[in-house]
Structure formats: structure tokens, C-alpha cells
Ligand binder design. Structure first.
Ligand code: XMP
Length: 486
């Protein structure tokens, strides 16, 4: 048995010392950071792979704003891949695989398809993928309905305005304006359909200058995988759907089977970017890095809905966990990004996490109350709230079982729920509106912090960072006090 001489510290135990600053305006600082591999994000914020936090809608909002979302894995691999695909096709000015319909289909079938996919037009292609026409709501509005075929209702190829594969957003906007069209199919020399540009997507594309996008200007998105053998298949399906990174979802990442799985993943998919965790020690971070991880996720038990430390007695206060993990990597010359996962309640916590060695932070509960998180708000005691649950809570375990049993609700449930030992809780959080508003506050705080830290960017913040340990009195002085909050 050993006891460490130094205390473990977390966010409320410290403050950062203000430094002489070259920064004149908060607008002059750079909040961008490395996420994993060659992926950079303009805001150092990642939404957590929890089933009450990140599915497609949240991931889209996060990436549009300049962060990124990680789709949780508590659904079938196919459902999860569909969420990834949903994100990949929402943005970018060229939709790569626009929804298509055959010329022989009926107008009624086309209408049903448009309703299902929530689109206002379908491309019509032949079996070789050559463009035959375009069917929009406008065509449908004037088309007689009963049994009529799409080929008779569509705008035929010869009347369509199209663009070549290398069209830029500016050129596309110009062509669409010149010809007064809202949809512009993209084709190659042989008239094979390569994609579709819509005015709506083009406008959205231009509205989000910070967006996190890939080489094809599509939003980036991550997806979580477990560490059992059959999760290799899930990884394959997710990568095929376009996931930009995979995040290992395991509570104790410093485990032999996790290290083995990182190696297996890297062998099976050498080009895939793997974030591995969670760990909270120098050895944990180093071992995952040596196993082939591309970034390390740090946090054992700091999360708002976590009870791991209470149930098991294990964990490390988050600030110390981040510092130790960073030290572990540096010591072995491993310069990998760290994602600090859990316990972030405000911009000050985020700044302390970054200053102590993290490159980005992962956030759960703070985002669970947002419109973009799964679930709907409810009124409790006169307050609008949303539900958040730990992924190791009893509710999440039961939800998981339901997904595994599929549609068959009547199937006998073999689980004895009284034997489950949860390491998380279910809770409610205040309804918080759009995630972009929370991100605005978080990043505004970070911009200000960089100026206090005498830093123009996050690496400089880390170099300059000097923490002072404070007492509980120091913390209560830090909050608003001796006034009645309105
Ligand atoms: P916050 O504080 O942002 O933390 O809500 C989110 C992170 O908490 C972790 N997490 C859990 N940890 N039991 C745990 O011990 C759980 O049931 C649980 N669910 C989520 C996870 O790392 C997440 O990103």
C-alpha cells in the first residue's frame, strides 16, 4: 500500500494567476486546438457520447459552431451509422449522395419519399447513375397525381442547369442566381451525377464560418465504439458511413482488453483516428498511446452523473488527472492530444482543464438541457427541465437491453435488474435552449481567459499557466456573494 504525498486537485481547488498580457482585444485570440490526428477544431469543445446528449442533431449543431459531437453507441451499429450519415450529408455545399428516384416510380411514391427524407426535391437517374431529370415540389404542385410516372412530371435533363465537379461555392451561387434555380446537379463529363447543390445548403454553408469540416466540406463527426470483439464490425460500419474519428467508450481504459482492442482497431483500420480512454494517470495515458491511440480521453469519475468514485472508491480529481496524464505522455516523448472528459460546469472549469494540459474538453450534462440533445423538455415543479442519465446508470442499462432485444418487446428479459450495480445516476437539468448559446458563453469566457493568461492561444495558455491552490473560503469569495441574486 502506498499513499501519494501530493493532494489530488480539481477545478474548485485552484485559480490561475493573472499574467502580463500582450492581448489588447478578446477578438485577437485564437481558440482553435488539435482534436486528434490532423483534425483541428476552432472551439475546443466536444459533446459527450451519451444517449441524452449526442445524436445527429447535436453533432450537427456542435460541428456547425466549430466544435464536434460524438454519436453514442447505445443503438444498433446500423442506426448509429445512419446518424453519422445524417451529419455528413447535412452540410457542405455539395450533397454527395442526394436522394434519388427511378423514372418509372409514381409521383405518389416520390411525394412519400420526400416526406420521409424531409427534402424538397429528388434527382432522377438511370441505372448507371446518369442524370435524367430533377423532381421538385414545384413539379409536383402542378402535376396530375393518379398513377403518373416521375419521368412525366420531372424537369427533364435537357432543361436542367448543371455544374461540373470543381465548382466553387461562389461559382455555384452565381450560376443559381443567373438562371434563377434553387437546385444545381453536379455531373461529370459523361453526365454521371456526382452531387447536388441547393440554395438552402449553400446559404447554411456560408452562415457557419467556424464549422468543423472535412476535406469535402462536410461536417465532421465522431462515433463511439465499445471494446468487445464484435465492436470491430461496428467500427467498420461507422467508418464506412464517414465517421471522422472513433472514440472508445469504456469506463476503465487502462485495462488489458482495452489496450488489446486499440491495437486490433489500428491493425484492422490503420487510417482510422482513435481516441482511447478513459484514464486518469500517467501510466494509463502512456500505455494507451503506446498501444496506438491517436488521442487520450481523461476522466475517471468527475462527471456530473458519475458515481464511480462513490461505488468503487477509485478515481482522481480531474485537474490532477489531466496534469498527470500530460506528464505521462511528455515523459515518453508522446505528443498526443488530451480530451478532458467530465465535470465541466462553466467556462472557468474549461479554462482550467485546458491550462492544465488538455487540448479540448468533453461535456455532457451542460449540453443535455439543450434543444439539440435527444428527448423533450418537461415541466417539473414549474421549471422546464430535460433528463440526463449516466451511461452506467440503471436506466441506461435497461435502455441498452431493450435495444439489444430489438423490436420484440414481449421477449423475456433475462436480466435480473436487482443485481445491476450502477455507477451513474439519472437526473434532470434545466432546459437551456440552443447549444450555440452555451458555446458562445463558454468561448467568450475562454477568450477573456486567454487575455488574463497573457496568451494568444491555447498552447501559450498552457505554457504560461500558474495555478494557486485555494481554500473553500477562496472559492466562496470567487462566486457572487453577500448579495441577493435576482
Ligand atoms: P459531465 O460532467 O459533462 O460528464 O456530465 C460527462 C462524462 O461523464 C462520463 N459518464 C459517466 N461516468 N458513470 C460514470 O462514472 C456513468 O454512468 C457515466 N455516464 C457518463 C462520461 O465520460 C461523460 O463524457
Amino acid at each position: 500500500m502506498k499513499i501519494r504525498p501530493n493532494k489530488g486537485l480539481t477545478f474548485d481547488d485552484v485559480l490561475l494567476l493573472p499574467k502580463r498580457s500582450p492581448v489588447i482585444s478578446r477578438q485577437d485570440v485564437d481558440t482553435s486546438t488539435r482534436l486528434v490526428g490532423d483534425i483541428r477544431i476552432k472551439l475546443p469543445v466536444v459533446s459527450a457520447n451519451m444517449d441524452t446528449v449526442t445524436e445527429g442533431t447535436m453533432a450537427i449543431a456542435m460541428a456547425r459552431a466549430g466544435g464536434i459531437g460524438i454519436i453514442h453507441r447505445f443503438m444498433t451499429p446500423e442506426m448509429q451509422a445512419e446518424q453519422v450519415n445524417f451529419v455528413k450529408r447535412t452540410y457542405g455545399y455539395i450533397i454527395e449522395k442526394p436522394y434519388a428516384i427511378a423514372p418509372e416510380a409514381t409521383v405518389a411514391q416520390a411525394e412519400a419519399a420526400m416526406r420521409r427524407w424531409q427534402v424538397s426535391g429528388l434527382v432522377v437517374v438511370d441505372p448507371e447513375g446518369r442524370l435524367l431529370g430533377l423532381l421538385t415540389r414545384r413539379d409536383l404542385g402542378i402535376s396530375p397525381k393518379n398513377g403518373r410516372e416521375v419521368r412525366l412530371a420531372m424537369t427533364p435533363r435537357e432543361r436542367l442547369i448543371t455544374a461540373g465537379p470543381h465548382v466553387t461555392p461562389e461559382q455555384a451561387r452565381h450560376i443559381m442566381y443567373e438562371h434563377r434555380v434553387e437546385k444545381l446537379p453536379v455531373v461529370d463529363e459523361a453526365d454521371h451525377l456526382l452531387g447536388l447543390i441547393t440554395m438552402r445548403d449553400l446559404t447554411k454553408f456560408e452562415r457557419y464560418p467556424l464549422a468543423t469540416v472535412d476535406g469535402k466540406d462536410r461536417l465532421r463527426v465522431g462515433a463511439a465504439v465499445g471494446v468487445t470483439e464484435n465492436e470491430l464490425k461496428r467500427a467498420e460500419v461507422l467508418l464506412e458511413a464517414g465517421a471522422d474519428l472513433l472514440v472508445l467508450d469504456i469506463a476503465h481504459g487502462h485495462a488489458d482488453h482495452c489496450l488489446r482492442f486499440v491495437r486490433q482497431l489500428k491493425t484492422a483500420f490503420p487510417r482510422a483516428l482513435i481516441v482511447a480512454g478513459n484514464v486518469a494517470t500517467a501510466e494509463g495515458a502512456r500505455d494507451l498511446a503506446q498501444a496506438g491511440a491517436d488521442a487520450i480521453k481523461v476522466g475517471i469519475g468527475p462527471g456530473s452523473i458519475c458515481t464511480t468514485r462513490i461505488v468503487t472508491g477509485f478515481g482522481v480529481p480531474q485537474l490532477t488527472a489531466i496534469m498527470d496524464s500530460r506528464k505521462g505522455l511528455v515523459k515518453d516523448g508522446l505528443d498526443l492530444p488530451i480530451i478532458a472528459d467530465g465535470g465541466i460546469r462553466n467556462s472557468g472549469d474549461m479554462v482550467k482543464a485546458l491550462a492544465s494540459g488538455a487540448d479540448s474538453v468533453m461535456i455532457g450534462s451542460l449540453f443535455a438541457g439543450c434543444d439539440e440533445a435527444p428527448g423533450v423538455p418537461v415541466i417539473r415543479d414549474g421549471r422546464k427541465v430535460k433528463v440526463v442519465r449516466g451511461m452506467a446508470s440503471l436506466g441506461a442499462a435497461m435502455g441498452r437491453r431493450q435495444v439489444e432485444r430489438g423490436e420484440d418487446e414481449s421477449a423475456e428479459d433475462p436480466e435480473d435488474w436487482s443485481k445491476v450495480v450502477p455507477e451513474g445516476v439519472e437526473a434532470v437539468v434545466p432546459y437551456r435552449g440552443q447549444v450555440s448559446e452555451i458555446l458562445y458563453q463558454l468561448v467568450g469566457g475562454l477568450r477573456s481567459a486567454l487575455s488574463y493568461g497573457g496568451a494568444r492561444n491555447i498552447p501559450e495558455l498552457q505554457i504560461n499557466a500558474e495555478f494557486v491552490e485555494i481554500t473553500p473560503a477562496g472559492m466562496s469569495e470567487s462566486r457572487s456573494h453577500d448579495v441577493d441574486r435576482v
